[in-house]
Design a protein around this ligand. Sequence first.
Ligand SMILES: [Zn+2]
Length: 592
Amino acid sequence: MRTFETQIGRFKAVFSICHMLCVLCVFSSSSSLGQGAQSQRAQQFKAAHSWTDPLTVPLVLSGNFGELRGNHFHTGLDMKTQGREGLPVLASTDGVLARVRMSPWGYGNALYLKGPDGITTVYAHLQRFAPDVQSWAVARTYKGRSLGLDATPPASAGLTFQAGDTLGWSGNSGGSGGPHLHFEVRDTPSQHPLNPLQGWVTKSDSRPPSAPTWWLESERGLASVPANGVDTVVVEDEIRVSIEAYDRLGGASNICGIHTLQAVLKDGQGEVQWTHRFELDELNFSVNKDMNAHTLFPVWKRERDQVHRLHRLPGNRLGVYAGAPDGVVALDSGEVATLECTVRDVAGNETFRTLVFKGGASGLRWERVEFEGVAPQVTSSSDALTLSAPQATLSWDEQSFFEPTQVGWRTDSTGLSARVWPEFEAWRGKVDVTWSFPSPEVMWGISGAALPQDAWPTTQWVAVHEVEGQIKHAIPADVQEGAWRMALPGGGAWRMVRDAVAPKVIPYHSGTPLVQGGDAVWFVEDLLSGVDTLTLTIDGRWARLVWDPKRNMATYEASDDQHPSGAPVRVELEVTDAVGNAATWSGTLVWP
Ligand SMILES: [Zn+2]
């Protein structure tokens, strides 16, 4: 855990000031974050312009706006496509294509349609674009010889649409976990995503949100308390509180996000001590990963439960709050305070939870989540931080942490595996690590060197982070002055391995990559460092591949029309991994 001693000092210092500010917030919040500037904007837009929902099938949502996802708030609606790809995707407004993206990651094949009145709509994970868009996009990739694309079509491309026109077909491209349409509404000037269920897209929903669990945080660790049934807890420490709250929408069992939450702490006389409130109507991509500070990260990281802190960490830059107290509950023995929490979904369904705190000897079971078996070494504020540990130096940039956080490092006896803390507390960016080589005996073992004067291998090193046997990260490392150097994206267990194995490139059918319809398909795999580049040439000329890392498939689409028909032609596919191991498939193909 982080040092609560340090924090508690800070909490005490600001508590009385915050108390006053937050009482004011109670009054200002209802006007500034009251019902709907965004929904009004949608109604006015629809009164003045055409609007078409982007799919023609009944609207069923597997995800909504503001839901906690990975390391960010979800910024749109995930519309189910009946488990299929290839449903027509319609322009929601009149507009001109402002951005076309093709990528194996993230939004996949995505279109941004700039509509009237400062509204842009976004359609992501498409299988394919409308023919004129597709041919413009493909031509652009050949011009730039790049597999991906992120470009604005010029006016001369004439890519304008009216509401209801077909923009493309739904798919499962990019970081999509199954066929669906990711749909966003954005404010064009800021590119801030807006909540589409605030009047843009209508979805009936009569189910109130669920709020099953309170989470308490003290210097002793974390404790959970059922939010149904338990109404009084005895606490002896200063604590902070979070609540798990999520929503389910009609027609689907998927766990979605809530829309607003308000928490009010009242003392024994009913006086308001602080109010914490947020509303998820508009997000901002530049700070969207501060979701990690909005949620109770240790629980998010382990359980992926939608838990919301009822306070704002100092480094949290999200603009969704009104009233941002430090959220401390600190009671003398016998003192009482009441926390009231109101959770709403965007349809206005409401769930109310109350928890009474009493000062006294706590019987709660507190669980520690950090620093098993090692003493933390440094506590940082928002400054840059360097940790000099045995065998390694770790450097975090300023603003890496959301509040004072302890860090630590420990290698195992071989010197090839290490643990980085914090593992369960959130931080931004990467930590630069200089990790000294272990003992000569260990290095001899790895390198196969015969003599002490043989040089250790300085290439093909990878820092690997695994979770339950699955490689989550494989970060290439440089070697300088007897140490590995790399930037690690997170805490936890890391081990150094050498990746000297080339990628595997296997044609779809034994002997030929040609499949029905004239596409050419290869399976491409690489252990450890991962596929980095793919280069296809047909008769010596560059050709585009569609890379699908989810299925390890690289496809040349016959519709690109870069191949001759009926004549043998030399085809070469070269693949490299992230540390430079290369493999080439080559053959002579005859397209029908
Ligand atoms: Zn989505």
